[in-house]
Design a protein around this ligand. Structure first.
Ligand code: IPM
Ligand code: MN
Length: 353
């Protein structure tokens, strides 16, 4: 097993450190795993003037999996687009063809009251968002800003090829097969042709998965249904842009975006694993960030790239056990609990493991 470690910016380093402590426990038990670090995002820009240096890309290409922290910071917002930290994650996804993004939203019983929604709405929630990651308006050409003020025009293009739609829908159907066998495909077919094609292809593929119950929902309705009655969903499959927005929304059902891991997979199971939260510049360096999304991302790595469901399950149980001790980082703390530090939460997971 060869893993590239890209901690990135902001809280990236702090949460990565805790994930590596978990990895060290597994290593001490004999797990053979090779790790190598590289700079990415703002950190790479500061050192080399490039958010995704060739050396980093090369390391990623030679690795089986990538653990990715977070990138970005306000100091980079004025840079040209191809120098910004975000370019690194978008570039990695595209270069490595990590097209299938799995974003689970589970409510741990220990955290049922951490959500801003009522516990009776969210408790027991277990949904999986399958987001397409290398197409859509994120990458469509043409794009840009033309003209001169006050008549400038900004434009982006939403586009999907049939092949791109097909392969992510197959991931959606297969994911549903392995879970509750219900797949909800999200589109905006009442307005956008791209997503009419999406819906047509979903219908066409459905007979290949007779056990899966396929439904369709417009994205605006889905945004509403996610807060009205989120447990109606099992697997959601959607495009890059809608998936970006809906997965942030879904994360808050679980109490904190600081809890949610993700996997971005290519067609061969190689993957990049990262928390869905960002670099949180406001709390960076303070040692208070929640490391659990990073640790849970590592669990996903064992499950999806290395087929070590046993290790994934162990890490997930250890996270639950850590939460059961009552420890809470600030993002999931209640009025009566004193927030713990990043390292204290990491220690609790390591102990439970
Ligand atoms: C995400 C992030 C990224 C995205 C940004 C950082 C480019 O929001 O992973 O959800 O929009 O995909
Ligand atoms: Mn996002």
């Amino acid at each position: 097993m060869k893993i590239a470690l890209l901690a990135g910016d902001g809280i990236g380093n702090e949460i990565m450190r805790e994930a590596l402590r978990v990895l060290d426990v597994l290593r001490s038990e004999g797990l053979k795993i090779e790790t190598q670090e590289a700079l990415v995002g703002g950190a790479a820009y500061d050192a080399h003037g490039d958010p995704l240096p060739d050396a980093t890309l090369k390391l990623v290409q030679q690795s089986d999996a990538i653990l990715f922290g977070a990138i970005g910071g306000p100091q980079y917002d004025k840079l040209p687009r191809d120098k910004r930290p975000e370019k690194a994650i978008l570039g990695l996804r595209k270069e490595c063809d990590f097209f299938a993004n799995l974003r689970p939203a589970n409510v741990f019983p220990e955290l049922a009251d951490a959500s801003t929604l009522k516990p009776e709405v969210v408790s027991g929630l277990d949904i999986m968002i399958v987001r397409e990651l290398v197409g859509d308006i994120y990458f469509g050409q043409p794009r840009g800003i033309t003209g001169a003020a006050p008549n400038r025009e900004g434009f982006n293009t939403m586009r999907y090829t049939e092949a791109q739609i097909r392969r992510i829908l197959h991931v959606g159907f297969k994911t549903a097969m392995a879970r509750g066998k219900r797949l909800c495909s999200i589109d905006k077919m009442n307005v956008l042709e791209t997503t009419q094609l999406w819906r047509d292809i979903a219908e066409e593929i459905a007979p290949e998965y007779p056990e899966v119950q396929l439904s369709h929902m417009l994205v605006d309705n889905c945004a509403m249904q996610l807060v009205r009655n989120p447990r109606q969903f099992d697997v959601i499959v959607t495009g890059n842009m809608f998936g970006d927005i809906l997965s942030d929304e879904a994360s808050m059902l679980t109490g904190s975006i600081g809890m949610l891991p993700s996997a971005s997979l290519d067609a061969n199971g190689k993957g990049l694993y990262e928390p869905i939260h960002g670099s949180a510049p406001d709390i960076a360096g303070k040692g208070v960030a929640n490391p659990l999304a990073m640790i849970l991302s590592m669990a996903m790595m064992f499950r999806y790239t290395f087929n070590r469901t046993d290790l994934a399950a162990r890490i997930e149980s250890a996270v639950r056990a850590a939460l059961a001790t009552g420890l809470r980082t600030a993002d999931i703390a209640t009025k009566t609990t004193k927030p713990c530090t990043t390292a204290e939460m990491g220690t609790a997971v390591v102990k439970a493991l």
